[in-house]
Design a protein around this ligand. Structure first.
Ligand code: G1P
Length: 291
């Protein structure tokens, strides 16, 4: 009991091919949801769960992600000198709470390989992983990673994964989990199975709490789907010797790695903001009648 997690790994090395040409020079994690970049929402989720040491597994064109959280970069300095610091207040406040450590993944060998890169920082401690492609909003309670963390702290051993239901036809887009509904114990993991082969329609939305043994499991994993080292395959390997618990995440999920999911996330956050809500709702209603 009382296992504490302090570090969170956020893999951000991906090329953002699904958003080209927008991501030709701009990291996909800096695309905005209304006025906050996706990475800021993800870091806010981590901080709300008390995870303040953040490990970015990054790649060469992604240095601007670190700059976004730098309270002393040129943009921050100029805005504050001009008395406009309030415009970046949300990120300045966040920056006071976090420490960012960056490690590079030089060759894009897959999510499993990216997580393995974090071993140099994480060592033997349990740690969290959050993937930036999925934004999960729980306006009335703990964040998605916070929910996983609570379950992890209640267990004596093993790892915890967040799960969410997806339409059966979409199992080939996600890691899929089969589990005992009585105690949440995971029975199997499979990466992107075809709908007819999927053991369930419960998917991994990129919220994990791992024992450090996952690193050895990744090392023992060979290339899988897409010829990449898959994190889900390493989890399936570790499952042979350690329990995993599936945590049904409460909240609304947006796949912001997908164009439609990204647009929906923007509409959701704008409708949640009273500055935009009425005007946007009215406009949407009119457009739906016209189109
Ligand atoms: C990755 C994981 C997959 C998970 C998904 C969540 O896939 O491999 O198991 O369900 O993230 O977004 P990717 O979206 O990188 O193909």
């Amino acid at each position: 009991m009382g296992r504490k997690v302090k570090k969170i790994v956020i893999p951000v090395a991906g090329m953002g091919t699904r958003f080209l040409p927008a991501t030709k020079v701009l990291p996909k994690e800096l695309l905005p949801i209304v006025d906050r970049p996706i990475i800021q929402l993800i870091v806010e989720e981590c901080v709300s769960a008390g995870l303040e040491t953040i490990v970015f597994v990054t790649s060469r064109p992604k240095v601007t992600l670190e700059d976004h959280f730098d309270p002393a970069d040129l943009a921050s300095w100029k805005l504050q000198a001009a008395g406009k610091g309030h415009l970046i207040e949300s990120v300045l406040e966040l920056a006071k709470k976090i420490q960012i450590i960056s490690i590079r993944q030089h060759v894009p060998r897959g999510l499993g390989d990216a997580v393995l890169k974090a071993e140099a920082v994480v060592g033997k401690d349990p740690f969290a992983v959050v993937l930036g492609d999925d934004i999960v909003v729980n306006h009335d309670g703990p964040s998605a990673i916070g929910q996983c963390l609570k379950t992890f702290e209640e267990k004596d051993s093993g790892s915890v994964v967040g799960i969410l239901e997806v339409p059966k036809a979409e199992t080939n887009k996600y890691g899929i989990v089969d589990f005992n509904s009585s105690d949440g114990r995971v029975k199997s993991f499979v990466e992107k199975p075809a709908p007819e082969k999927a053991p369930s329609n419960w998917a991994l939305p990129g919220r994990y709490i791992f024992e450090a043994d996952i690193f050895d499991a990744i090392r023992a994993t060979t290339s899988g789907v897409g010829n990449e080292i898959q994190l889900t395959d390493a989890m399936a390997h570790l499952l042979k010797t350690q329990p995993f618990y599936a945590e049904k995440i409460k909240g609304v999920r947006f796949d912001t790695g997908d164009k439609l999911g990204y647009i929906m996330a923007n509409v959701h956050f704008a409708l949640k903001d009273e500055k935009y809500r009425d005007t946007l709702a009215h406009w949407l209603k009119n457009r739906l009648e016209v189109l």
